[in-house]
Ligand binder design. Sequence first.
Ligand code: NAP
Length: 307
Amino acid sequence: MPQTRTARLMDGAGLARHVLDHTAAMSSAIAHRTGKAPCLATVLVGEDPASATYVRMKRARCETVGITSRHLPLPATTTTTELVDAITSLSEDPAVHGILLQHPVGDHVDERAAFEAIAPHKDVDGVTMRSFAAMSFGLPGFVSCTPGGIMRLLDAYDVDLAGKHAVVVGRSAILGKPAGMLLLARDATVTYCHSRTRDLRSIIREADVLIAAVGRPHFILGEDIKIGAVVVDAGYSPGNIGDVDFDTAKTRASLITPVPGGVGPMTIAMLLSQTAEAAALQMGLVPAELIPSSQGDAAVIKPAASF
Ligand code: NAP
């Protein structure tokens, strides 16, 4: 009787807990040495309920790992100039170590101009052009949080990327595009797909590593997954639904992320980890020297930045 194959789950929730424990230890070491806690500034334009919830969750999580947060709520009518000025002030404020601009910010605002007002050494969400360039060149800097979380997951499960065909479905500035650059920097052969891609299914079928970053429920079917592929589902649609049809994909993949509990928890863990790291660097400390080696699992906790 042929046995049904079942992929191994990539436990993002578990790995995120590990990263957050490490972040809490780093925050505590920073506070012990300097008397100051790392501080993340969150900026929210308007009152979109989903965005407000995301910011609330991030701030609540900050508290659990010894990071203070400072919230700047701005009215929906905020202009680009006003937003840029507000972010520039935070960039210049020595008490703030990381800045998160919750996006989208509204169609009337030049989002790129607002992101670029974040000082590179405070860009803990990895959204500036400089951070993207550093990611692409494999240079020190903060990574975009969701792609960075994906890379940590792949590393935690010892996925060898060199020479593998990685297919990234989606090319947004915060997710698909940087994910592809990080994979390329690790010697994968990368194909980007998007809404204009022809014959998408045949490209997906060639993927040794598949990153789904589309935002359409169950868009990728199990029958299109190459046997033994590593499948990372970054998609999230209401009702905890990913981009990949999990039940059919798990019978063909070797490793797969669940939704929820896969990529999602890693995103926030990356944000807080990079905030603690930014604080250490801004206070003249060496992040890697702050934590005893027993708590600094090298396979999982890789220092991202140094300026
Ligand atoms: P986005 O900006 O809307 O980008 C979606 C991408 O999918 C675009 O590049 C688009 O192509 C592509 N696409 C749309 N329809 C397609 C189709 N029929 N065939 C092929 N490609 C198609 O979304 P995003 O911000 O990158 O987010 C993507 C998903 O990830 C969403 O579900 C979001 O909720 C989730 N997400 C999760 C986390 C997390 O922490 N887990 C973080 C961020 C995002 P074009 O460029 O041609 O339009």
